[in-house]
Design a protein around this ligand. Structure first.
Ligand code: PMP
Length: 308
């Protein structure tokens, strides 16, 4: 991740220079995590830049804000147009990451955030390539449990939720792994620190249902649609830790990570040799074709930035 992104940041409806996009130290979100955000990718392809599922991300931002009564003063459509304009203003031609963020501003030490609490919305863009380097990542099951709907709801993509992901990530990196898988409070698999998880057994695909301990990933939903269109059966059901050790294939999905194959879990090699299996490969290749504007039937998932 770069420390400086595009020249401009969209800040409450204005284009502000990156250096000038600042907040006061008493900003509520800095103290209490009262912010909701999105992570979106733009893909350079065919002489254009295509934003993946832009409107869907902005709608999820609205749902996340709603959970915490954080008022968001711009419609999903307005935010989507602002993103396109910002990328144009930043002359962005290369693949990039887009970070919309809505946060509670000056609200003292008052924990009663209501629809009338002051909020701000920013959109930040910066060039971005691969999140995980290399093919096939090594994961562990974290000793930390995933947050739960009964505490801080994971269905909302809220800043505060990421402290849980940070604990899990720190532990996994300390122990030499690339990523961590968290179990929910009942001991079933929920998701990775920043991705949803799928496994393949005997040609069928399984993923945890989203009852109460995982984010409604947009890449997850895209992968399910792609898998079904490719003719695979996808079942959402509870998944135990041991099933990860028995899986033929495992892959993670997320905006940053995209579709990435898992080579081992807690040192147990996935499948025969830990290499990306045929099901994961088929879905990943289709996803890559879609985001690079190579699949006509999925073009409605892409928003072009430049008029050609
Ligand atoms: N779970 C968590 C905890 C995440 O942070 C992310 C990344 N946004 C995901 C899942 C994947 O979601 P998406 O596919 O919408 O990026």
């Amino acid at each position: 991740m770069k420390e400086k992104g595009g020249e401009f940041v969209w800040f409450d409806g204005k284009f502000v220079k990156w250096e000038d996009a600042k907040v006061p130290v008493f900003t509520h979100a800095l103290h209490y995590g009262t912010a909701v955000f999105e992570g979106i990718r733009g893909y350079a392809a065919k002489n254009n830049l295509y934003i993946f599922r832009l409107q869907d991300h902005m709608e999820r931002l609205h749902r996340s804000a709603g959970v915490y009564s954080i008022s968001l003063n711009y419609s999903a459509k307005e935010l989507a147009s602002a993103t396109v304009e910002l990328l144009q203003k930043n002359k962005m031609k290369e693949s990039c990451y887009i970070r919309p963020l809505t946060f509670v501003g000056l609200h003292g030490i008052d924990l009663n955030v209501t629809k009338s609490s002051p909020t701000h919305t920013v959109i930040i863009t910066f060039p971005f390539a691969k999140y995980f380097k290399g093919e096939g990542i090594k994961v562990c099951v974290s000793s930390w449990r995933r947050i739960n709907d009964s505490t801080t709801p994971p269905l909302a993509k809220a800043a505060g939720n990421y402290l849980n992901s940070i604990m899990a990530t720190q532990e996994s990196k300390r122990n030499g792994y690339d990523e961590s898988i968290l179990l929910d409070l009942s001991g079933n698999v929920s998701e990775a620190s920043g991705e949803n998880i799928f496994l393949v057994r005997r040609g069928k695909i399984y993923t945890p249902h989203l009852a109460d301990s995982a984010l409604e990933g947009i890449t997850r939903e895209s992968a399910i649609k792609i898998a079904k269109d490719l003719g695979y059966e996808v079942t959402e059901r509870p998944i135990s830790r041991t099933e990860l050790y028995m899986a033929d294939e495992i892959f993670l999905t997320g905006t940053a990570a995209e579709i990435v194959s898992v080579s081992s879990v807690d040192g147990h090699v996935v499948g025969n040799n830990g290499k990306e299996g045929p099901v994961t490969k088929g879905i990943r290749e289709m996803y890559e074709k879609i985001v690079s504007a190579g699949a006509k039937e999925y073009m409605n998932w892409l928003t072009p930035v430049w008029q050609t």
